[in-house]
Design a protein around this ligand. Structure first.
Ligand code: G6P
Length: 483
Protein backbone atom coordinates (compact mmCIF):
# COMPACT_ATOMS: atom_id res chain seq x y z
CA UNK A 1 0.00 0.00 0.00
CA UNK A 2 1.39 3.42 -0.82
CA UNK A 3 0.22 6.65 0.70
CA UNK A 4 0.83 10.26 -0.17
CA UNK A 5 3.49 11.45 2.25
CA UNK A 6 3.37 15.21 1.66
CA UNK A 7 0.50 16.82 3.50
CA UNK A 8 -2.08 19.32 2.25
CA UNK A 9 -3.06 22.51 4.06
CA UNK A 10 -6.13 24.29 2.68
CA UNK A 11 -7.41 27.67 3.75
CA UNK A 12 -11.12 27.77 4.50
CA UNK A 13 -13.26 30.62 3.24
CA UNK A 14 -16.49 31.35 1.40
CA UNK A 15 -15.74 28.66 -1.22
CA UNK A 16 -15.16 25.90 1.30
CA UNK A 17 -17.20 26.69 4.41
CA UNK A 18 -20.26 24.64 3.61
CA UNK A 19 -20.45 21.17 5.19
CA UNK A 20 -20.77 19.60 1.74
CA UNK A 21 -17.61 21.13 0.28
CA UNK A 22 -15.64 20.65 3.48
CA UNK A 23 -16.57 17.00 3.61
CA UNK A 24 -15.41 16.55 0.02
CA UNK A 25 -12.11 18.27 0.81
CA UNK A 26 -11.55 15.98 3.78
CA UNK A 27 -12.32 12.91 1.67
CA UNK A 28 -9.97 14.21 -1.04
CA UNK A 29 -7.13 14.22 1.49
CA UNK A 30 -7.13 17.51 3.40
CA UNK A 31 -4.70 17.17 6.33
CA UNK A 32 -4.71 20.66 7.83
CA UNK A 33 -7.49 23.26 7.71
CA UNK A 34 -6.25 26.84 7.93
CA UNK A 35 -8.44 29.43 9.58
CA UNK A 36 -7.40 32.89 8.52
CA UNK A 37 -7.89 35.26 11.44
CA UNK A 38 -7.65 38.23 9.07
CA UNK A 39 -11.26 37.54 8.14
CA UNK A 40 -14.34 36.47 10.07
CA UNK A 41 -15.64 36.65 13.62
CA UNK A 42 -14.70 34.41 16.56
CA UNK A 43 -18.07 32.68 16.34
CA UNK A 44 -17.56 31.95 12.65
CA UNK A 45 -14.13 30.45 13.36
CA UNK A 46 -15.53 28.33 16.17
CA UNK A 47 -18.33 27.01 13.99
CA UNK A 48 -15.89 26.18 11.20
CA UNK A 49 -13.50 24.42 13.57
CA UNK A 50 -16.28 22.32 15.00
CA UNK A 51 -17.44 21.37 11.53
CA UNK A 52 -13.93 20.27 10.52
CA UNK A 53 -13.52 18.17 13.65
CA UNK A 54 -16.97 16.60 13.36
CA UNK A 55 -16.54 15.72 9.69
CA UNK A 56 -13.02 14.37 10.21
CA UNK A 57 -14.23 12.19 13.08
CA UNK A 58 -17.15 10.97 10.98
CA UNK A 59 -14.69 9.64 8.40
CA UNK A 60 -11.99 8.44 10.81
CA UNK A 61 -9.58 11.08 9.50
CA UNK A 62 -7.21 13.32 11.43
CA UNK A 63 -7.31 16.93 10.30
CA UNK A 64 -5.28 19.52 12.19
CA UNK A 65 -6.57 23.05 12.68
CA UNK A 66 -4.19 25.90 12.03
CA UNK A 67 -5.10 29.45 13.07
CA UNK A 68 -3.24 32.14 11.17
CA UNK A 69 -2.80 35.43 13.03
CA UNK A 70 -3.31 38.56 10.98
CA UNK A 71 -0.10 40.20 12.15
CA UNK A 72 1.07 43.75 11.53
CA UNK A 73 0.61 43.86 7.78
CA UNK A 74 1.03 47.54 7.05
CA UNK A 75 -1.74 48.88 4.88
CA UNK A 76 -2.70 52.15 3.32
CA UNK A 77 -5.99 53.71 4.48
CA UNK A 78 -9.02 54.34 2.27
CA UNK A 79 -9.74 56.44 -0.79
CA UNK A 80 -12.75 58.74 -1.02
CA UNK A 81 -13.74 56.85 -4.18
CA UNK A 82 -12.38 53.43 -3.21
CA UNK A 83 -9.82 53.18 -5.98
CA UNK A 84 -7.41 55.20 -8.10
CA UNK A 85 -5.32 54.43 -11.17
CA UNK A 86 -1.65 55.39 -11.14
CA UNK A 87 0.57 55.86 -14.19
CA UNK A 88 4.35 55.70 -14.46
CA UNK A 89 5.85 59.05 -13.50
CA UNK A 90 2.89 60.18 -11.35
CA UNK A 91 3.72 61.66 -7.99
CA UNK A 92 2.04 60.20 -4.94
CA UNK A 93 2.24 60.84 -1.18
CA UNK A 94 1.78 58.61 1.88
CA UNK A 95 0.89 60.65 4.93
CA UNK A 96 0.55 59.69 8.56
CA UNK A 97 -1.60 62.78 9.20
CA UNK A 98 -3.95 62.67 6.20
CA UNK A 99 -7.56 61.68 7.13
CA UNK A 100 -7.87 57.89 6.90
CA UNK A 101 -10.95 57.83 4.70
CA UNK A 102 -10.02 60.60 2.28
CA UNK A 103 -7.39 59.30 -0.09
CA UNK A 104 -7.18 61.00 -3.49
CA UNK A 105 -5.28 60.65 -6.76
CA UNK A 106 -2.34 62.43 -5.06
CA UNK A 107 -2.29 61.30 -1.43
CA UNK A 108 -3.46 58.58 0.94
CA UNK A 109 -3.34 58.25 4.73
CA UNK A 110 -1.49 55.47 6.49
CA UNK A 111 -1.98 54.34 10.06
CA UNK A 112 1.67 53.53 10.75
CA UNK A 113 3.43 56.39 12.54
CA UNK A 114 6.94 54.96 12.01
CA UNK A 115 6.63 54.95 8.23
CA UNK A 116 8.66 58.10 7.83
CA UNK A 117 11.25 56.92 10.36
CA UNK A 118 11.63 53.52 8.64
CA UNK A 119 11.91 54.81 5.05
CA UNK A 120 14.16 57.30 3.34
CA UNK A 121 14.82 58.93 0.00
CA UNK A 122 15.65 56.35 -2.68
CA UNK A 123 13.71 53.49 -1.04
CA UNK A 124 11.32 51.48 -3.15
CA UNK A 125 7.83 50.89 -1.80
CA UNK A 126 5.74 47.99 -3.08
CA UNK A 127 1.96 48.21 -2.95
CA UNK A 128 -0.56 45.41 -3.37
CA UNK A 129 2.05 42.59 -3.34
CA UNK A 130 4.32 44.47 -5.71
CA UNK A 131 1.77 45.26 -8.39
CA UNK A 132 2.46 48.97 -7.96
CA UNK A 133 5.99 50.21 -7.24
CA UNK A 134 7.10 53.71 -6.13
CA UNK A 135 10.36 55.38 -5.23
CA UNK A 136 10.63 57.81 -2.32
CA UNK A 137 11.79 61.16 -3.71
CA UNK A 138 11.54 63.27 -0.56
CA UNK A 139 10.37 62.95 3.02
CA UNK A 140 8.93 65.31 5.60
CA UNK A 141 8.01 64.76 9.27
CA UNK A 142 4.71 63.07 8.43
CA UNK A 143 4.86 62.14 4.74
CA UNK A 144 6.78 60.32 2.02
CA UNK A 145 6.58 61.87 -1.44
CA UNK A 146 7.08 59.29 -4.17
CA UNK A 147 7.20 58.85 -7.92
CA UNK A 148 5.46 55.89 -9.52
CA UNK A 149 7.81 53.36 -11.20
CA UNK A 150 5.21 50.73 -12.02
CA UNK A 151 1.65 51.97 -12.35
CA UNK A 152 -1.71 50.30 -11.91
CA UNK A 153 -4.84 50.40 -9.79
CA UNK A 154 -4.60 51.09 -6.07
CA UNK A 155 -7.58 50.57 -3.80
CA UNK A 156 -8.57 50.72 -0.12
CA UNK A 157 -6.40 48.94 2.45
CA UNK A 158 -3.80 47.53 0.06
CA UNK A 159 -0.63 46.28 1.74
CA UNK A 160 2.66 48.13 1.60
CA UNK A 161 6.17 46.67 1.77
CA UNK A 162 9.62 48.18 1.50
CA UNK A 163 12.03 46.49 -0.91
CA UNK A 164 14.67 44.83 1.26
CA UNK A 165 12.40 44.81 4.34
CA UNK A 166 12.87 47.01 7.36
CA UNK A 167 9.38 48.16 8.28
CA UNK A 168 9.63 47.74 12.03
CA UNK A 169 6.08 47.10 13.25
CA UNK A 170 6.14 44.57 16.11
CA UNK A 171 4.85 41.13 15.14
CA UNK A 172 1.90 40.89 17.52
CA UNK A 173 -0.91 43.43 17.38
CA UNK A 174 -3.72 43.82 19.93
CA UNK A 175 -5.96 41.81 17.62
CA UNK A 176 -3.37 39.03 17.48
CA UNK A 177 -3.19 38.93 21.26
CA UNK A 178 -6.96 38.51 21.43
CA UNK A 179 -6.78 35.82 18.74
CA UNK A 180 -4.13 33.90 20.70
CA UNK A 181 -6.73 33.63 23.48
CA UNK A 182 -9.36 32.61 20.95
CA UNK A 183 -7.00 29.90 19.64
CA UNK A 184 -6.62 28.55 23.18
CA UNK A 185 -10.38 28.53 23.65
CA UNK A 186 -10.73 26.63 20.37
CA UNK A 187 -7.93 24.20 21.30
CA UNK A 188 -6.25 24.80 17.95
CA UNK A 189 -3.41 22.47 16.98
CA UNK A 190 -1.21 25.06 15.24
CA UNK A 191 -0.97 28.82 15.44
CA UNK A 192 0.89 30.78 12.76
CA UNK A 193 2.61 34.03 13.71
CA UNK A 194 2.77 36.56 10.88
CA UNK A 195 5.82 38.72 10.16
CA UNK A 196 8.07 37.63 13.05
CA UNK A 197 11.37 39.52 12.78
CA UNK A 198 13.48 37.18 14.88
CA UNK A 199 13.39 34.64 17.72
CA UNK A 200 12.18 37.18 20.29
CA UNK A 201 8.87 37.68 18.48
CA UNK A 202 8.27 33.92 18.63
CA UNK A 203 9.29 33.75 22.28
CA UNK A 204 6.78 36.48 23.07
CA UNK A 205 4.07 34.63 21.14
CA UNK A 206 4.92 31.47 23.09
CA UNK A 207 4.64 33.34 26.37
CA UNK A 208 1.21 34.66 25.40
CA UNK A 209 0.12 31.22 24.24
CA UNK A 210 1.18 29.70 27.55
CA UNK A 211 -0.58 32.42 29.52
CA UNK A 212 -3.76 31.78 27.55
CA UNK A 213 -3.58 28.07 28.38
CA UNK A 214 -3.27 27.08 24.71
CA UNK A 215 -1.22 24.13 23.44
CA UNK A 216 -1.02 24.99 19.74
CA UNK A 217 2.37 24.46 18.15
CA UNK A 218 3.73 27.75 16.89
CA UNK A 219 4.44 28.25 13.22
CA UNK A 220 6.77 31.11 12.24
CA UNK A 221 5.78 32.58 8.91
CA UNK A 222 9.00 33.51 7.17
CA UNK A 223 7.97 36.57 5.21
CA UNK A 224 10.27 39.44 6.05
CA UNK A 225 13.55 40.13 4.31
CA UNK A 226 15.31 40.54 7.66
CA UNK A 227 14.24 37.04 8.75
CA UNK A 228 16.32 35.51 5.95
CA UNK A 229 19.08 38.12 5.81
CA UNK A 230 21.58 35.84 7.55
CA UNK A 231 21.68 32.25 8.79
CA UNK A 232 21.90 33.29 12.42
CA UNK A 233 18.55 35.14 12.35
CA UNK A 234 16.84 32.45 10.28
CA UNK A 235 18.08 29.60 12.47
CA UNK A 236 17.19 31.54 15.63
CA UNK A 237 13.68 32.01 14.33
CA UNK A 238 13.41 28.33 13.41
CA UNK A 239 14.71 27.19 16.80
CA UNK A 240 12.18 29.40 18.59
CA UNK A 241 9.29 27.82 16.62
CA UNK A 242 7.71 24.39 16.33
CA UNK A 243 7.21 24.69 12.59
CA UNK A 244 7.80 27.27 9.88
CA UNK A 245 5.93 28.44 6.82
CA UNK A 246 7.65 29.65 3.67
CA UNK A 247 5.20 32.53 3.22
CA UNK A 248 6.15 33.38 -0.32
CA UNK A 249 3.75 36.28 -0.87
CA UNK A 250 5.32 39.01 1.24
CA UNK A 251 8.73 37.34 1.25
CA UNK A 252 8.87 37.42 -2.53
CA UNK A 253 7.85 41.07 -2.55
CA UNK A 254 10.55 42.05 -0.06
CA UNK A 255 13.49 40.01 -1.38
CA UNK A 256 12.49 39.93 -5.06
CA UNK A 257 11.13 36.95 -6.97
CA UNK A 258 14.52 35.92 -8.31
CA UNK A 259 15.84 35.13 -4.83
CA UNK A 260 12.75 33.26 -3.72
CA UNK A 261 13.43 29.73 -5.02
CA UNK A 262 16.85 29.52 -3.44
CA UNK A 263 15.55 30.89 -0.14
CA UNK A 264 12.65 28.41 -0.18
CA UNK A 265 15.08 25.53 -0.50
CA UNK A 266 17.22 26.93 2.27
CA UNK A 267 14.31 27.46 4.70
CA UNK A 268 13.01 23.94 4.12
CA UNK A 269 16.44 22.42 4.62
CA UNK A 270 17.20 24.44 7.73
CA UNK A 271 13.80 23.65 9.26
CA UNK A 272 14.36 19.95 8.72
CA UNK A 273 17.84 19.89 10.22
CA UNK A 274 16.46 21.66 13.28
CA UNK A 275 13.77 18.95 13.61
CA UNK A 276 10.93 21.32 12.71
CA UNK A 277 8.01 20.85 10.34
CA UNK A 278 7.72 23.14 7.31
CA UNK A 279 4.85 24.31 5.11
CA UNK A 280 5.37 25.80 1.64
CA UNK A 281 2.71 28.40 0.93
CA UNK A 282 1.22 31.03 -1.39
CA UNK A 283 0.17 30.99 -5.01
CA UNK A 284 0.96 27.30 -5.47
CA UNK A 285 -2.12 26.77 -7.64
CA UNK A 286 -3.11 30.40 -8.20
CA UNK A 287 -4.71 29.87 -11.62
CA UNK A 288 -7.07 27.30 -10.07
CA UNK A 289 -8.95 30.19 -8.47
CA UNK A 290 -10.60 30.40 -11.91
CA UNK A 291 -9.69 27.14 -13.65
CA UNK A 292 -10.31 23.48 -12.88
CA UNK A 293 -6.75 22.54 -13.92
CA UNK A 294 -3.38 23.86 -12.76
CA UNK A 295 -0.83 25.19 -15.22
CA UNK A 296 2.31 23.20 -15.94
CA UNK A 297 4.27 25.83 -14.02
CA UNK A 298 2.09 25.33 -10.94
CA UNK A 299 2.43 21.55 -11.20
CA UNK A 300 6.14 22.06 -11.33
CA UNK A 301 6.10 24.42 -8.34
CA UNK A 302 4.23 21.96 -6.11
CA UNK A 303 6.42 19.07 -7.26
CA UNK A 304 9.55 21.13 -6.62
CA UNK A 305 8.48 21.78 -3.02
CA UNK A 306 7.82 18.05 -2.61
CA UNK A 307 11.30 17.26 -3.93
CA UNK A 308 12.71 19.88 -1.53
CA UNK A 309 11.05 17.69 1.11
CA UNK A 310 8.53 20.10 2.53
CA UNK A 311 6.11 18.58 5.03
CA UNK A 312 3.10 20.27 3.55
CA UNK A 313 1.97 22.37 0.62
CA UNK A 314 -0.69 24.99 1.12
CA UNK A 315 -3.69 26.38 -0.73
CA UNK A 316 -4.76 29.96 0.03
CA UNK A 317 -7.34 31.73 -2.15
CA UNK A 318 -7.60 28.58 -4.31
CA UNK A 319 -9.57 26.80 -1.56
CA UNK A 320 -10.87 29.85 0.33
CA UNK A 321 -12.32 31.95 -2.46
CA UNK A 322 -11.78 30.07 -5.71
CA UNK A 323 -14.26 28.36 -7.98
CA UNK A 324 -12.58 24.93 -7.72
CA UNK A 325 -11.55 24.15 -4.12
CA UNK A 326 -12.07 20.40 -4.47
CA UNK A 327 -10.20 20.19 -7.76
CA UNK A 328 -7.33 22.13 -6.20
CA UNK A 329 -6.98 19.66 -3.31
CA UNK A 330 -7.26 16.74 -5.73
CA UNK A 331 -4.62 18.22 -8.02
CA UNK A 332 -2.25 18.80 -5.12
CA UNK A 333 -2.75 15.26 -3.85
CA UNK A 334 -2.05 13.85 -7.30
CA UNK A 335 1.04 15.97 -7.91
CA UNK A 336 2.51 15.24 -4.47
CA UNK A 337 2.07 11.50 -4.91
CA UNK A 338 3.62 11.71 -8.37
CA UNK A 339 6.65 13.70 -7.26
CA UNK A 340 7.22 11.37 -4.32
CA UNK A 341 7.98 8.57 -6.77
CA UNK A 342 11.20 10.33 -7.68
CA UNK A 343 14.18 8.51 -6.11
CA UNK A 344 15.41 11.62 -4.26
CA UNK A 345 12.23 11.49 -2.19
CA UNK A 346 13.26 8.14 -0.80
CA UNK A 347 17.03 8.36 -0.39
CA UNK A 348 18.41 9.80 2.80
CA UNK A 349 21.84 10.98 3.82
CA UNK A 350 20.95 10.03 7.41
CA UNK A 351 22.70 13.09 8.81
CA UNK A 352 26.09 11.53 8.34
CA UNK A 353 28.79 13.62 9.97
CA UNK A 354 26.39 15.20 12.45
CA UNK A 355 26.08 14.71 16.18
CA UNK A 356 22.73 13.94 17.77
CA UNK A 357 21.64 16.06 20.71
CA UNK A 358 19.25 13.77 22.53
CA UNK A 359 18.45 10.11 23.29
CA UNK A 360 15.05 10.19 21.59
CA UNK A 361 16.60 11.83 18.53
CA UNK A 362 19.22 9.06 18.41
CA UNK A 363 16.59 6.33 18.60
CA UNK A 364 14.36 8.03 16.04
CA UNK A 365 17.21 8.35 13.57
CA UNK A 366 18.43 4.80 14.25
CA UNK A 367 14.91 3.66 13.44
CA UNK A 368 15.00 5.49 10.12
CA UNK A 369 18.43 4.09 9.24
CA UNK A 370 17.13 0.59 9.93
CA UNK A 371 13.87 1.18 8.06
CA UNK A 372 15.69 2.41 4.99
CA UNK A 373 18.26 -0.40 4.92
CA UNK A 374 16.43 -3.50 6.18
CA UNK A 375 14.30 -4.52 3.20
CA UNK A 376 11.38 -6.21 4.95
CA UNK A 377 10.44 -3.18 7.05
CA UNK A 378 6.98 -2.02 5.96
CA UNK A 379 6.09 0.39 8.77
CA UNK A 380 7.37 2.26 11.78
CA UNK A 381 5.31 2.65 14.93
CA UNK A 382 6.30 5.53 17.20
CA UNK A 383 4.52 5.57 20.53
CA UNK A 384 4.30 9.27 21.19
CA UNK A 385 2.98 11.70 23.69
CA UNK A 386 3.50 15.04 21.95
CA UNK A 387 4.28 13.90 18.40
CA UNK A 388 7.95 14.73 18.81
CA UNK A 389 9.39 11.26 18.14
CA UNK A 390 7.60 10.82 14.77
CA UNK A 391 8.44 14.42 13.90
CA UNK A 392 12.17 13.71 14.20
CA UNK A 393 11.78 10.47 12.27
CA UNK A 394 10.03 12.23 9.43
CA UNK A 395 12.97 14.62 9.01
CA UNK A 396 14.72 11.69 7.28
CA UNK A 397 13.80 10.79 3.72
CA UNK A 398 12.17 7.40 3.39
CA UNK A 399 9.41 5.48 1.66
CA UNK A 400 8.46 3.63 4.85
CA UNK A 401 5.33 5.05 6.55
CA UNK A 402 5.63 6.31 10.12
CA UNK A 403 2.62 5.73 12.37
CA UNK A 404 2.21 8.11 15.29
CA UNK A 405 0.46 6.06 17.99
CA UNK A 406 -0.94 8.40 20.60
CA UNK A 407 -3.96 8.58 22.91
CA UNK A 408 -4.19 12.36 22.59
CA UNK A 409 -6.48 14.09 20.12
CA UNK A 410 -4.19 17.09 19.78
CA UNK A 411 -1.14 14.95 19.06
CA UNK A 412 -3.03 12.91 16.48
CA UNK A 413 -4.12 16.09 14.71
CA UNK A 414 -0.70 17.76 14.81
CA UNK A 415 1.07 14.68 13.52
CA UNK A 416 -1.21 14.76 10.47
CA UNK A 417 0.94 17.61 9.14
CA UNK A 418 4.27 15.77 9.29
CA UNK A 419 5.51 14.31 6.05
CA UNK A 420 5.04 10.54 5.90
CA UNK A 421 3.40 10.40 9.34
CA UNK A 422 -0.07 8.92 9.90
CA UNK A 423 -1.83 9.23 13.26
CA UNK A 424 -3.33 6.19 15.01
CA UNK A 425 -5.35 6.57 18.24
CA UNK A 426 -3.71 4.20 20.75
CA UNK A 427 -3.13 4.19 24.51
CA UNK A 428 -0.41 1.78 25.65
CA UNK A 429 -1.25 2.50 29.29
CA UNK A 430 -4.56 0.68 28.89
CA UNK A 431 -2.75 -2.60 28.22
CA UNK A 432 -0.48 -4.89 30.23
CA UNK A 433 3.10 -4.09 29.09
CA UNK A 434 3.62 -7.47 27.43
CA UNK A 435 0.63 -6.91 25.14
CA UNK A 436 1.57 -3.48 23.79
CA UNK A 437 3.71 -4.61 20.83
CA UNK A 438 1.14 -7.15 19.68
CA UNK A 439 -1.75 -4.71 20.02
CA UNK A 440 0.16 -2.03 18.12
CA UNK A 441 1.02 -4.34 15.25
CA UNK A 442 -2.56 -5.65 15.21
CA UNK A 443 -3.71 -2.07 14.54
CA UNK A 444 -1.60 -2.04 11.36
CA UNK A 445 -2.76 -5.52 10.36
CA UNK A 446 -6.34 -4.35 10.77
CA UNK A 447 -5.61 -1.38 8.49
CA UNK A 448 -4.05 -3.66 5.88
CA UNK A 449 -0.69 -1.85 5.87
CA UNK A 450 1.29 -4.91 6.96
CA UNK A 451 0.88 -8.64 6.61
CA UNK A 452 2.47 -11.70 8.22
CA UNK A 453 6.12 -11.95 7.24
CA UNK A 454 6.67 -8.16 7.17
CA UNK A 455 8.90 -6.39 9.65
CA UNK A 456 7.79 -3.44 11.77
CA UNK A 457 9.90 -1.10 13.88
CA UNK A 458 8.45 0.14 17.16
CA UNK A 459 9.90 2.87 19.39
CA UNK A 460 8.97 3.77 22.96
CA UNK A 461 10.31 4.76 26.35
CA UNK A 462 10.53 2.98 29.70
CA UNK A 463 7.40 4.60 31.04
CA UNK A 464 4.21 5.72 29.35
CA UNK A 465 3.34 9.36 28.80
CA UNK A 466 6.85 10.81 29.11
CA UNK A 467 7.56 13.48 26.52
CA UNK A 468 11.11 13.05 25.27
CA UNK A 469 11.29 9.62 26.93
CA UNK A 470 11.81 7.46 23.83
CA UNK A 471 14.87 5.32 24.50
CA UNK A 472 14.28 2.01 22.77
CA UNK A 473 13.46 0.44 19.46
CA UNK A 474 12.23 -3.04 18.63
CA UNK A 475 12.21 -4.86 15.32
CA UNK A 476 9.09 -6.99 15.21
CA UNK A 477 8.30 -9.83 12.83
CA UNK A 478 4.62 -9.67 11.94
CA UNK A 479 2.87 -13.00 12.42
CA UNK A 480 5.05 -14.22 15.28
CA UNK A 481 3.86 -13.95 18.88
CA UNK A 482 5.10 -10.53 19.94
CA UNK A 483 5.94 -9.27 23.38
C1 G6P B 1 4.66 7.41 24.55
C2 G6P B 1 5.41 6.19 25.06
C3 G6P B 1 6.54 6.63 25.99
C4 G6P B 1 7.44 7.65 25.29
C5 G6P B 1 6.62 8.81 24.72
C6 G6P B 1 7.46 9.73 23.84
O1 G6P B 1 3.99 8.01 25.63
O2 G6P B 1 4.54 5.30 25.79
O3 G6P B 1 7.29 5.49 26.37
O4 G6P B 1 8.39 8.14 26.22
O5 G6P B 1 5.56 8.33 23.93
O6 G6P B 1 6.70 10.87 23.54
P1 G6P B 1 7.27 12.03 22.59
O7 G6P B 1 6.24 13.09 22.78
O8 G6P B 1 8.61 12.41 23.12
O9 G6P B 1 7.31 11.49 21.21
Amino acid sequence: MTFRRTKIVATLGPSSNSPEVLEQLILAGLDVARLNFSHGTPDEHKARAKLVRDLAAKHGRHVALLGDLQGPKIRIAKFTNKRIELAVGDTFTFSTSHPLTEGTQQIVGIDYPDLVKDCGVGDELLLDDGRVVMRVESATGDALHCSVLIGGPLSDHKGINRRGGGLTAPALTEKDKADIKLAAEMDLDYLAVSFPRDASDMEYARQLRDESGGTAWLVAKIERAEAVADDETLDGLIRASDAVMVARGDLGVEIGDAELVGIQKKIIQHARTHNKAVITATQMMESMIQNPMPTRAEVSDVANAVLDYTDAVMLSAESAAGAYPLEAVQAMARICAGAEKHPTSKTSKHRMGERFQRCDESIALAAMYTANHFPGVKAIIALTESGYTPLIMSRIRSSVPIYAFSPHRGTQARAAMFRGVYPVPFDPAELPPEQVSQAAVDELLKRGVVEPGDWVILTKGDSYHTIGGTNGMKILHVGEALI
